[in-house]
Design a binder for this molecule. Structure first.
Ligand SMILES: Cc1ncc(C[n+]2csc(CCOP(=O)(O)OP(=O)(O)O)c2C)c(N)n1
Ligand SMILES: [Mg+2]
Length: 606
């Protein structure tokens, strides 16, 4: 995945500080030497020198001006997720740096290489409580793997090399903060006497990932363990996204179904006979049932945090391929926690696996999946009023390109997308997997569209998440990006509404007062395509028009606010809590019950 290349970097490597340049140029040029071509951010008085560096080198690096720094960090994270290359964002000192944080935590928790560059007060006033003085290096101590203030131009460009190398190596965030005066100092300034034997290191912009092939004896242990079981399954995550072919080949050999985490949804196509789809609250019933029946489990490229949905302790034998030794074996007692890259590891494992002839367990899962798919298709009901959210995603799924990228927010939308957006062909799916923050969907789409200008990129978002960073739709318009935004407008923080009820209490403080907001008007008032949809009969044509439009398009669909995203397998306790919330005075009982009991009554019985 990582596109760090030795040849390219060495060709462009710069010898040292250039006379006549300012220090910011040494920093910006070094980014370009590392292959960075896009930087997302928003200027301020703390980074005017850095902006001058970007201005002078705009032929090598494009600056994408956003409306909120949090969005810039999401864009950088999405860039890393979709390209495998480091994402870069910049923000001014104090408030700008603070705004980046949520997006940077998204990168940290999903293990993405991202570099944040911030401004800092000039060195002469540091520690005096000068305006906007926030110790960003201290503030970033938790989020960043590498976190460094520049005190002297002589630190550049080596600190950039260290920052980027660390971000790639530790799969996380690096932070460089540059005081105002240093930004505009001469690049070759070396103002202080060196105290022997110190000399600033001269480094090269190069990094090669360590080989990902595990040891043969460890692979043999995996093969033996997996061969010992009668009912095996694979749980694949985001770390296996680049190993589709290998995953399918291993599943075929083992006769084992592949369960996918949501971040790993694009690992294998949803219509593959080898997958039972997602797991967890927004997963499928066949995946949940399978976890109760298996005797062996093979984790590949996943650090799936919802351990309640994994087999009970002691019930299964577990093998794993995981990139980070600190994470291997961290979720379930794992007999063989092997460290390595998913693709290289599976490739090397394949010849060691024996072909399983008894495929009865896989066939059982396939039959269940057949029923689940029918159940999902039935929910994509065009005849319902208000509009069923499942129907909207179903139509989007049908009409979108085979290589479309879907980005998604946290909320009920994640459930609808998990179940009704089908990965097929070259389709991709991205969301904030571990931070599960609201609002990244649209900035993700913008970041990805910049990296892949010709690709269909769709943000499927909630009204709550969209409203948080809706100014970024204006960013899409200003940059003439053809992103498509589909809003699941339920006029509420839907996910939390249902969570409150599952806790046994009536909802509180989760619905916005009526009327529903018209978000489409923001698009049309600013020269983009926008359409408000209030009837199911209009959904298809609205999505068709939006997808066909040559520029940014926003499709704002008022959906049923009383549609619960139920787990694939509703447990007795959950149903009981729902009932308690009803008894305690849950508002809108009648409309909720209409949806709930029409579709779900059979599940409640089980
Ligand atoms: C920044 C942030 N604030 C709050 C939450 C808690 N939260 C998770 S989902 C959700 C509701 C999101 O509402 P919306 O975007 O409209 O999606 P819906 O669930 O209605 O589909 C909330 C408040 C969060 N995950 N992130
Ligand atoms: Mg909502």
């Amino acid at each position: 995945m990582c596109a760090v290349r030795r040849e390219r970097n060495f060709k462009t490597v710069t010898g040292g500080p250039v006379v006549g340049q300012i220090a910011s140029e040494a920093l910006i040029e070094r980014l370009a030497d590392w292959g960075v071509d896009t930087v997302f951010g928003l200027p301020g008085d703390g980074i005017n020198g850095l902006m001058e560096g970007l201005r002078r080198h705009q032929d090598r690096i494009r600056f994408v001006l956003v409306h909120h720094e949090e969005a810039a960090a999401f864009m950088a994270t999405a860039h890393a997720k979709a390209t495998g290359r480091i994402g870069v964002c910049v923000a001014t000192s104090g408030p700008g740096g603070i705004h980046l944080l949520n997006g940077l935590y998204d990168a940290k928790l999903d293990h993405m290489p991202v570099l944040a560059i911030t401004g800092m007060q000039e060195t002469s006033v540091l520690g005096t409580g000068y305006q906007q003085e926030v110790n960003l290096d201290k503030l970033y101590a938790d989020v960043a793997e590498y976190d460094q203030m520049i005190y002297n131009p002589a630190q550049l460009p080596s600190v950039v090399d260290n920052a980027i190398r660390t971000a790639y190596a530790r799969r996380g965030v690096a932070h460089i903060t540059v005081p105002n005066d240093i930004q505009v100092a001469d690049a070759d300034a070396d103002p202080w006497q060196h105290v022997a034997p110190a000399r600033p290191p001269h480094t090269a912009p190069v990094m090669l990932q360590a080989p990902g092939r595990p040891r043969d004896e460890d692979l043999q242990k995996i093969a033996d363990l997996l061969g010992s079981g009668e009912k095996g399954a694979i749980l694949a995550g985001a770390g296996a996204r680049h190993a589709r072919e290998e995953l399918l080949a291993v599943a075929e050999k083992l006769g084992a179904p592949i369960v996918k985490t949501l971040s790993g949804k694009a690992c294998v196509p949803d219509d593959s006979p080898y997958t039972t789809g997602g797991i967890g609250l927004l997963g499928t019933r066949p995946s949940e049932e399978l976890m109760e029946e298996i005797d062996t489990l093979f984790l590949v490229g996943t650090n799936f945090p919802y351990t309640k949905h994994l087999p009970a302790p002691g019930k299964v034998r577990v093998a794993q391929i995981e990139a980070d030794p600190a994470r291997a074996g961290g979720r379930i007692a794992t007999e063989v926690p092997v460290v390595g890259d998913a693709k290289e590891g599976l490739q090397a494992l394949l010849p060691l696996l024996k072909q399983r002839s008894d495929t009865s367990f896989l066939e059982k899962c396939q039959k269940r999946m057949q029923r689940w798919r029918e159940h999902m298709a039935a929910q994509q009901d065009s005849g319902r009023d208000p509009i069923a959210p499942q129907y909207v995603v179903g139509v989007l799924d049908e009409l979108a390109a085979d290589d479309a990228v879907l980005t998604c927010d946290s909320g009920t939308i994640a459930t609808w997308a998990a179940r009704h957006w089908q990965v097929r062909g070259g389709r991709e799916f991205f969301l904030s997997g571990n931070l599960a923050t609201m609002a990244p969907g649209m900035p993700y789409a913008i970041g990805i569209q910049h990296a892949f200008p010709g690709r269909q990129v769709i943000a499927y978002v909630g009204d709550g998440g969209f409203a948080m960073l809706m100014a970024e739709f204006i960013t899409a318009i200003k940059h003439q990006l053809p992103v498509k935004v589909v809003i699941n407008n339920n006029n509420s923080l839907g996910q939390i509404l249902w969570e409150q009820m599952v806790l046994g209490y009536p909802e509180h403080g989760v619905r916005y007062p009526e009327p529903f907001v018209d978000y489409a008007a923001i698009a049309t008032a600013n020269g983009a395509f926008g359409i408000k949809v209030e009837k199911a009969a209009d959904v298809r044509s609205a999505i068709e028009q939006g997808l066909a439009y040559h520029g940014p398009a926003l499709i704002d669909v008022n959906v049923n606010p009383d549609e619960p995203p139920l787990p694939g397998k509703v447990e007795y306790q959950q149903a009981k809590k729902f009932a308690e919330a009803f008894l305690r005075g849950q508002p809108r009982k009648a409309t909720i019950a209409t949806t709930l009991f029409r579709d779900k009554i059979e599940q409640f019985k089980s």
